[in-house]
Design a protein around this ligand. Structure first.
Ligand code: ARG
Length: 461
């Protein structure tokens, strides 16, 4: 005989096929500790409303504590016949406290306000865990940047050589978006910091319970303004899924670069043996699997977000069972990042950069052509003309298969009288890099300041 949360108006229990479909304990059991915390808080407001006497309250709390110990020890587990974490725990409470006392706890609450609250508790906790792991990646990036303060590399647009930049500048360009993701989680928490307890099934509770007292006991600043919104909205879940997807996408962009940098053609980095894999057939292979798995799992994180948003789209108020689908995407996103981030941090922290090759290639492919044009501008030549003249120098150098600095003073004078021998001062990597010295630029002094600011932001987060 199935133990059910309903039955009064039913002549028969659910068919096995429905029970299988309906069951969510395979994934929502991880919310058990949150549900028990909610139950304790709920018992206290029932007591304060006069619906449990002193003895009943202490009996109820003791039973919930015992149940929690059994859950933690793995002695109490959901049965196939338990529909969800709430039903399983109610069965456990009835077993320990007896049906008379245990049966009082369900007054004034619904699984709808329970799950909406438990979900928020889970998300708030795990946003903090993931933020910590993301900051480890940032720490690795900032440390690598500090260790390579003066190393130039080719800066690219369209994957073509564009202008020389410092490796530290490039690495920090990956650190800032990740710090913004952590800031997004901080901001997310302001909206997740609201308990839905007391909303009941959708309309609120008639039993004189105090939703704000429950909220405070569960670590929330307040309870929801609207019971329908409290039970039916999942935008906070979607926001969490967005931040996790964004983290995945941000990591995937660095991953793609590391994969390229590790090729024979680039040879910009060597991966540490502990963070690369070999081939079962090709003895020479050393593969960037951490970066590839990251790139792959970014797709999965985007899928989690997309699935959740699609579930929510067009759903009428208030609670609908579709909402049970809110959990697996955010759990999967959490598990994915919890697994991924430590390996990613290890890979970044142990990257060895081929700084000579990077520096050698930094000014090549005519990456100093903009410096040439801007030098002319400082000589009073309009930029339109300067762009043309610098382009002519590139054309001449390209036709001879040489670089801009290989052209002679006569070559330059032949292109334009504005090109005096003094132009050579900008035809070096260091000159080019250090000239971009305004805030946000790649000059050594600007990057030193940026590193300081990144460190400060890292401490603040
Ligand atoms: N297990 C459900 C969920 O995850 C909560 C229970 C609400 N069920 C219901 N029939 N009202 O959303």
């Amino acid at each position: 005989e199935r133990l059910s949360l309903w039955g009064g108006r039913f002549a028969d229990g659910p068919d096995d096929a429905l029970a299988q479909l309906s069951k969510s304990t395979d994934f929502d059991w991880r919310l058990a500790a949150y549900d028990l915390a909610g139950s304790r808080a709920h018992a206290r407001v029932l007591h304060r409303a006069g619906l449990l006497d002193d003895a009943e309250l202490s009996g109820m709390i003791a039973a919930l504590d015992t149940l929690e110990e059994k859950v933690r020890a793995g002695e109490f587990l959901p049965l196939l016949s338990d529909e969800d974490v709430h039903s399983a725990l109610e069965r456990g409470l009835l077993e320990i406290a007896g049906p008379d006392l245990g049966g009082k706890l369900r007054a004034g609450r619904s699984r709808n306000d329970q799950i909406a609250t438990m979900g928020r508790m889970y998300l708030r906790d795990h946003a903090r865990v993931i933020s910590g792991l993301v900051l480890d990646v940032v720490e690795a990036l900032v440390s690598q940047a500090e260790a390579h303060r003066e190393v130039p590399m080719p800066g690219r647009t369209h994957l073509q050589h564009a202008q020389p930049v410092l490796l530290a500048h490039h690495l920090l360009a990956h650190a800032w978006p990740l710090m913004r993701d952590v800031a997004r989680f901080v901001d997310f928490d302001r909206r997740a910091d609201v308990s839905a307890y007391g909303s009941g099934a959708l309309a609120g509770s008639s039993l004189g319970l105090d939703p704000q007292a429950v909220a405070r006991e569960l670590g929330f600043s307040d309870s929801v303004e609207n019971s329908i919104d409290g039970t039916a909205s999942r935008d906070v879940f979607a926001e969490y899924a967005f931040v996790t997807a964004m983290i995945g996408v941000d990591l995937s962009r660095l991953s793609e670069e590391i994969i390229l940098w590790a090729t024979k053609e680039f040879s910009f980095v060597t991966l540490d043996d502990r963070f690369s894999t070999g081939s079962s057939i090709m003895p020479q292979k050393k593969n960037p699997d951490v970066a590839e798995l990251t790139r792959g799992k970014a797709g999965r994180l985007v899928g989690d977000l997309t699935g959740l948003l699609t579930t929510l789209k067009g759903m009428p108020l208030a609670y609908n069972r579709d909402l049970q689908e809110d959990k697996e995407p955010v759990f999967d996103a959490t598990d994915t990042l919890t697994l991924l981030l430590p390996a990613f941090t290890g890979m970044v922290a142990t990257l060895v950069f081929n700084t000579e090759k990077m520096a050698h290639l930094a000014p090549r492919g005519f990456a100093l052509a903009t410096d040439l044009a801007e030098w002319l501008v400082r000589e009073g030549v309009p930029f339109r003309v300067a762009h043309e003249l610098s382009g002519a120098a590139v054309k001449l150098a390209e036709s001879r298969d040489v670089e801009l600095w290989d052209l002679s003073d006569e070559d330059y004078a032949g292109i334009s009288e504005h090109f005096t021998p003094a132009v050579r001062e900008v035809l070096t990597t260091e000159g080019s890099i250090d000239s971009r010295n305004a805030k946000g630029g790649t000059a050594r002094a600007a990057v030193a300041q940026q590193l300081e600011n990144a460190r400060a932001e890292l401490t603040r987060l």
